[in-house]
Design a protein around this ligand. Structure first.
Ligand code: ATP
Ligand code: MG
Length: 180
């Protein structure tokens, strides 16, 4: 692969945690492009309800899950992207951090809008069982004590168990304030 953008796709998400919807989409992306860049957004955030896992943990989860799928990891770049909270210049900032790419894959309306305004080709892959394959729903299930393991790759379950991820999520979403 050259340093040219052709044949390389960018897929951006927070992956909190990676779930079967993400894996389904990534497998489809790799049918269309030779290499995929996975941008791990909000990379600086961890230990919150929206972002319980560190960028490093998310990298491990994605790598293990993709390896289990038999995906050639020499075709995958896993790149943390911290937030800058300046949407107007965000696309330019992303291009500083990742290798050149010719197409962006996203279902996130803001991400789509920003890349289109910047002149990039954007594709919106079909959502796969979005009612259940959703980071927010999976995190809420963890807090509620409902089954969540069937919604994420086995490798992700293993890592979340190893880092006591469910306990972390439950602890950090408790409150020390009095109810009034
Ligand atoms: P959260 O609820 O925390 O926002 P999420 O499930 O939307 O989590 P993200 O990491 O925000 O996951 O999403 C990364 C990308 O994956 C986005 O483009 C998002 O629209 C897409 N995506 C999310 N769920 C699915 C799904 N079930 N099938 C296909 N793509 C999905
Ligand atoms: Mg999302």
């Amino acid at each position: 692969m050259s340093i040219k953008s052709e044949g390389r796709g960018l897929y951006i998400g927070r992956f909190q945690p990676p779930h079967l919807g993400h894996i389904y989409t990534l497998k489809n992306i790799l049918k269309e492009v030779n290499e995929v860049i996975i941008g791990i957004g909000s990379a600086q955030i961890s230990h919150t309800f929206d972002n319980p896992f560190t960028a490093g943990e998310r990298i491990l989860m994605l790598k293990a899950a993709l390896e289990d799928e038999g995906i050639d990891m020499s075709k995958v770049y896993l790149i943390p992207i911290p937030d800058i909270e300046m949407n107007y210049v965000w696309v330019r900032y992303v291009t500083l951090l990742v290798p050149p790419f010719s197409v962006v894959y996203t279902n996130n309306p803001l991400v789509k809008r920003l890349f289109i305004e910047a002149g990039f080709k954007v594709k919106t892959p079909p959502l796969f069982n979005r009612e259940v394959y959703s980071g927010k729903i999976i995190r809420q299930r963890m807090i509620n004590g409902e089954p969540w393991e069937h919604l994420v790759p086995k490798a992700v379950v293993k890592i979340i168990y190893e880092i006591n991820g469910v306990e972390r999520l439950r602890e950090i979403t408790k409150s020390d304030e009095v109810r009034c």
